[in-house]
Every structure is written in C-alpha cells, then in structure tokens.
Design a protein around this ligand. Structure first.
Ligand SMILES: [Zn+2]
Length: 188
C-alpha cells in the first residue's frame, strides 16, 4: 500500500487468458487517495486474485471493462455475487463497451441461473461507453477509444474529477485524445 495522499496501483493479475505460468488473468486495481477503488478489467480469476492480494472486493466502486471476453469481464458475476453474500450496500458501477449490460446478464444466468434478478442490497449500474466520447462514471471522467481486437475493445483515459495532489491523474484535463491509437493487438 502506498503512503497517504498517493494512489496505490496493484497489478494483481499479469497473465494471459489461459493461466500461462500459473498467473492470474491480467487486471489492475487502483486505490485513489480518496474515494472508492477501481478495477481495470475483471477476468474470471480476478476475485481470487483480489483476495490473494488482501484487497477487499467491497471497496471497489467501479470496474472498467476493456472488452467482453471472459478473461476481461468473466469475473463480474463472481464479484457481484461476492458482494451479495458479503451484504455489500454501496453501488457497483461497471463501464464497458456497447452490449455490456446484456452480456453480464447472460453470463450471470449461464453460470448461476436466477442470479441476474436476485434481490441485492446494492445496485449494479452499467455504463456503456461510446468510443471517442467522454462519459462520467461516478467521480471519474473517462475517454474511451477503440483498438484493434476480435471483440470491440476499448482503451481509456480516466480523470478523477475530485483529484488532489497525488491523485492518479491531474485535476486539469489533458489534451485531446489521440485520433489513431493502435497499440499492438492483444492476444485475447
Ligand atoms: Zn480478448
């Protein structure tokens, strides 16, 4: 954990989709100096990886999902159900590409029939991002843009609007989004 006033960034998973090297699927946990923690992607192994790192799933306010492949969003049903069984009360926001709401419902029903409509003390709020547009997700402004991948795949730029010294991004907005960002194509 970092010193007070600084964001803590944990690469809690660094593997590929298939557990190569025995590693958890890639995802990143960010705890800003104030406010709720954020996950960047939530693959099928992410809940176990969080607990391995001693990170409380109940602290997570927002999950950004890059794309709707199982190693990037397949952990959401487990995260939602973990919150249900832990009597979570704070909302859980999920921001992802178009189709996120439907795919999450389908995934929950495939794995745990009836779970998508079960009563919970907390809301699961879905924000479907539009490439090239800025959206507000909680206290975060996020720009999403599309990158090459077999599924609609986003990269993001997040700005914590409540930013203070030491926050992950500056309070002033950075320059315009790159018009053509094409990093190496991910393998999954
Ligand atoms: Zn993929």
């Amino acid at each position: 954990m970092s010193a007070a006033g600084r964001a803590a960034v944990t690469f809690a998973g660094s593997g590929d989709a298939f557990g190569s090297g025995g590693r958890f699927q890639a995802y990143i946990h960010i705890r800003p100096p104030r406010g709720e923690a954020v996950l960047l992607d939530c693959g099928a192994t992410s809940l176990a990886a969080l607990k391995r790192q001693g990170l409380d799933p109940g602290d997570i306010g927002t999950v950004f999902v890059s794309h709707l492949h199982g190693d990037h969003f397949g952990g959401l049903p487990f995260l939602v159900l973990d919150g249900q069984f832990a009597k979570r009360s704070r909302p859980l926001r999920v921001a992802g590409p178009q189709g996120t709401a439907q795919r999450l419902t389908e995934a929950m029903e495939a794995m745990f029939p009836g779970s998508s409509t079960a009563h919970r003390r907390f809301a699961v709020q879905i924000v479907e991002l539009q490439p090239g547009r800025t959206a507000r997700v909680g206290d975060i402004e996020v720009d999403a843009w599309e990158v090459a991948h077999p599924a609609a795949h986003h990269h993001w730029r997040c700005v914590w609007t409540s930013a203070e010294p030491g926050s992950p991004t500056p309070a002033t907005r950075p320059g315009p989004m790159p018009s053509s960002t094409r990093p190496p194509e991910p393998t999954c």
